[in-house]
Design a protein around this ligand. Structure first.
Ligand SMILES: [Zn+2]
Length: 203
């Protein structure tokens, strides 16, 4: 399993309210990026449809460009109107599909969709295992569960999953649309096998 699976990243996001449409970056998308983006949006739309969440992702423009600083993506709004979603070129470097996880691009898109379509703000809520405990979660269905100290509640976190394990995808789709939200760790059982176990005592 690739090391990148275990890598968490701070995703800088420029949720941006602008006063002029011209602040929205131009579209500098390459043909390859265009193909990847189209495929990703179709896939995300299909997942929303499956979850019976009404949203029309193609109702806003998506522009790809070099965004300022370390910005991964941004939802541009004028007042409450969406101008568009901008994604940095770098988010396409990692657009592999074949290793059982959704690429980073998916996380960035879903996060910006949260800002633009569901009016979500950043949300760094995590559910922690109690003192002396940790979670055992089989994120990848491999039969070899991960041990985790905390569960990410929202895709609107700027920290958190770099690539979202497919088994968590239905949860984050519902969460971003305000259809579900973990209140306690047991709520995650609807989506994925999880248990709380005593932390091993270090030797
Ligand atoms: Zn954001």
């Amino acid at each position: 399993m690739k090391l990148i699976l275990f890598f968490f990243v701070v995703l800088s996001c420029g949720r941006t309210v602008v006063t002029e449409k011209s602040s929205f970056p131009d579209n500098n998308i390459s043909p390859v990026e265009s193909e990847v983006l189209t495929k990703a949006l179709k896939r995300i739309q299909a997942e929303f449809d499956t979850q019976k969440i009404k949203v029309k992702l193609n109702s806003v423009p998506y522009h790809v460009n070099d965004l300022p600083g370390a910005m991964a993506g941004a939802c541009y709004k004028m007042g409450s109107n969406v101008v568009g979603i901008a994604i940095d070129h770098e988010m396409f470097d990692d657009a592999e599909w074949d290793d059982g996880e959704y690429p980073l691009l998916f996380k960035v898109l879903l996060h910006e969709i949260g800002h633009c379509f569901f009016n979500r703000k950043h949300d760094e809520k995590y559910i922690k295992a109690d003192e002396g405990f940790e979670f055992e979660v089989d994120y990848y269905g491999s039969g070899e569960p991960w041990r985790d100290q905390s569960l990410q509640v929202s895709i609107m976190s700027e920290m958190g999953w770099y690539r979202i394990p497919p088994k968590l995808w239905p949860y984050f789709l519902r969460e971003v649309a305000r259809k579900d939200r973990l209140q306690k760790w047991e709520d995650m059982k609807k989506y994925i096998p999880i248990s709380r176990v005593p932390k091993p005592i270090p030797n």
